[in-house]
Design a protein around this ligand. Structure first.
Ligand code: PMP
Ligand code: GLN
Length: 385
């Protein structure tokens, strides 16, 4: 095994989903919806397959229809001007976008400052690129009990070796949504220290309080930001693996160079279908958010009732809890025993930290599930108390 990969075994999501399957427990671990996305978009994929659109290698940057739809989406929701020909790259999910961006932009010895806890692929991809990750830990000391970024800590984490800031808002697993003021401060720091920003915005449409602000829209950021998103979350097709990158042409070309040798191109027919999905009316996006807001409230209330400390998320479809209130100390041990104790699977946040002590007692639950499933899960969790 390449020593750069040595510390990364099986992902926690694979481990916990396997545990759920083995035990028949309700899987609130891995974040995937238990209801597929819109019927008309599935039909659009079938049509593309039947009509032979995308069955052979599609263009490297993505099919023109999808690049145009991504550009139009950025204009419609954020007023951003993105050239579909030179500033959009279609990827195999956000996961490939993250890998391609980090492999393209990080050289051995470069430091990458990332919000912690972080989505697990960040650490592995920084390591594959030979970079060093420098965590800035979000802490649950926000006014509403949610997690918060300490801007002084962020500033202090930047050194002369820092190449880029790796952001994620709305943030998995804490549900933090960085505010315009926070992002403005981050943008000022990036400009002052001449840093690139790679920002993972896959949960851009899942914001329940506040607003999603793409950092690329802030002054001085267009030329230094690589923005990543994905159809997996917004359209509930995590299995299709259609993601995209938007960036200034120079940065986009760099990311595209890496993508060429990772997957060359991404699956064709699904790209046509997602082009149609991005053009769905505003009511689609609002309904998705409102449905998940109700589910968040349902799961949060159930978890609180069951004795967990709940750190309310402002976005995403995850809730981070603390299990110390239940007399537990270790999230790992807790998650491994939970299926047997009450038939529910969750994910320990410790795996998203460089220093596992930092997230030791935190456990993440996903609420992108049918209401009846969430009710059954919370009933089972109440039995723990
Ligand atoms: N980034 C974050 C923060 C995520 O939560 C996920 C999905 N789990 C991804 C990236 C990966 O997205 P995709 O499935 O499109 O590769
Ligand atoms: N993004 C999802 C999560 O955080 C699943 C990711 C995965 O399975 N790699 O749960």
């Amino acid at each position: 095994l390449n020593p750069r990969l040595a510390e990364f075994g099986t992902t926690i999501f694979a481990e916990m989903s396997a545990l759920a399957q083995r035990t028949g427990a309700i899987n609130l671990g891995q974040g995937f919806p238990d209801t597929d996305g819109p019927e008309e978009i599935r039909e659009a994929a079938v049509r593309a397959l039947r009509e032979g659109r995308g069955n052979q290698y599609p263009p490297g940057p993505g099919v023109p229809e999808l690049r145009a739809a991504v550009s139009e989406h950025q204009r419609r929701f954020y007023g951003l001007d993105v050239d579909p020909d030179t500033e959009v790259l279609v990827t195999a999910g956000a996961t490939e976008a993250i890998a391609a961006a980090l492999l393209a932009l990080v050289a051995p010895g470069d430091e990458v400052v990332a919000l912690e806890p972080y989505y697990d692929s960040y650490a592995a991809c920084v390591a594959l690129a030979g970079g060093t990750r420098v965590p800035v830990t979000l802490r649950p000391d926000g006014p509403d009990g949610g997690f918060r970024l300490d801007l002084d800590e962020l500033r202090a984490a930047v050194t002369d070796r820092t190449r880029l800031l790796l952001l994620n808002t709305p943030h998995n697993p804490t549900g933090t949504v960085l505010t315009r003021a926070e992002l403005t401060a981050v943008a000022e720091l990036a400009c002052e220290r001449d840093l690139l920003v790679v920002t993972d915005e896959v949960y851009e449409h899942l914001v329940f309080e506040g607003e999603h602000v793409p950092i690329a829209s802030l002054p001085g950021m267009h030329d230094r930001t690589v923005t990543i998103s994905s159809s997996g979350k917004t359209f509930s097709f995590t299995g299709w693996k259609v993601g995209w990158v938007t960036a200034h042409p120079e940065l986009l070309t760099a990311v595209r160079s890496a993508k060429q040798y990772l997957t060359f191109v991404s699956a064709g027919p699904f790209q046509y279908a997602i082009a149609e999905a991005l053009a769905l009316p505003d009511t689609y996006f609002t309904a998705l958010r409102e449905d998940l807001r109700a589910k968040r409230d349902l799961l949060a209330a159930g978890l609180a009732d069951a004795g967990f400390t709940v750190h309310p998320p402002r976005g995403t479809y995850f809730i981070t809890t603390d299990v110390r209130a239940l007399g537990e100390r270790d999230g790992f041990a807790f998650c491994r025993s939970l299926p047997e104790r009450c038939g529910v699977v969750a994910v320990p946040n410790a795996v998203f930290h460089d220093d596992p002590e930092a997230g030791r007692s935190q456990v993440r639950f996903a609420f992108c599930k049918r209401e009846a499933v969430l009710r059954e899960a919370t009933d089972r969790l109440r039995a723990l108390a």
